[in-house]
Ligand binder design. Structure first.
Ligand SMILES: [Zn+2]
Length: 252
């Protein structure tokens, strides 16, 4: 076999050789050839390097994906534990002060909402978001009724606030939570847009809640201090999540 022909045959066999798909005899012949032929040896090394580059990124991205998942899980667990502590503290303080529906309780329940909301949006596939929201809606509805019954009818403290304050506020905040979930489920919005919308709705929700409870003062909203207290955090959140949403879309 002349040298040129041998090179052609080796070059044809190299892809199979790199993949380890050749017989022992062929493998030995190719190895012999590569030892003496610099041209084929160079082609072989390039091929082996390319194969390595092809396989490496998937391994790296698998590891990255796993790390991202565990990071996300830790974040969610952390948020969950924090909000549960907040809710327990709120309930204990409420019971100790022997008041009806206090702002701390509303804040505590809002924490639970936000927590469940983030968890649901980050884990749901298809209509699981709506299913989870239905569970949350029914759960909070029952929680509110049981607080009213326990405090007013069983403990004999506080007033009947469920119709005047409880239900309107609950329905308002459920609507605020449902809208982004519906947008995510049926209009396929990305999660950051949903959170941005949620932030925007929270601003409206804060003002409407104050209207319902009678805490609303027109002067308050028109002044900077009122705005900072009622909406600044949410405005910053809205802008931040909108930007993240745009960047994520742009990077795709
Ligand atoms: Zn050769």
């Amino acid at each position: 076999m002349d040298r040129e022909l041998a090179c052609e045959i080796v070059k044809d066999l190299l892809p199979l050789y790199v993949d380890g798909m050749v017989s022992d005899v062929t493998e030995k012949s190719i190895e012999n050839h590569l030892e003496h032929c610099t041209e084929c040896n160079e082609i072989y090394h390039n091929m082996a390097f390319e194969l390595e580059m092809e396989t490496q990124p998937t391994e790296v991205s698998d590891v990255k994906r796993f790390l991202n998942k565990t990071k996300k899980m830790y974040l969610l667990y952390g948020l969950g534990i924090l909000s549960f502590i907040a809710i327990f503290v709120c309930i204990i303080v409420d019971l100790a002060l022997n008041k009806g529906l206090t702002w701390s309780l509303i804040t505590g329940i809002s924490c639970l909402f936000a927590d469940a909301f983030i968890y649901v949006l980050s884990t749901c596939r298809k209509n699981k978001g709506c299913i989870a929201m239905t569970v949350i809606s029914i759960g909070t509805f029952c929680l509110l009724i049981s607080i009213q019954i326990t405090r007013y009818y069983l403990m004999g403290t506080g007033t009947v606030w469920i119709f005047r304050y409880g239900l309107p506020i609950l329905l308002l905040w459920l609507l605020i939570l449902w809208l982004p979930v519906l947008g995510r489920t049926f209009l396929k919005w990305n999660i950051w847009d949903c959170i941005a919308l949620f932030m925007l709705l929270v601003i409206a929700g804060n003002y409407v809640t104050k209207l319902i409870t009678g805490d609303y003062v027109w002067d308050d909203v028109l002044h900077m201090r009122g705005f900072i207290g009622n909406a600044l955090g949410e405005v910053i959140g809205f802008i931040l999540f909108t930007i993240i949403g745009r960047v994520k879309k742009w990077r795709k």
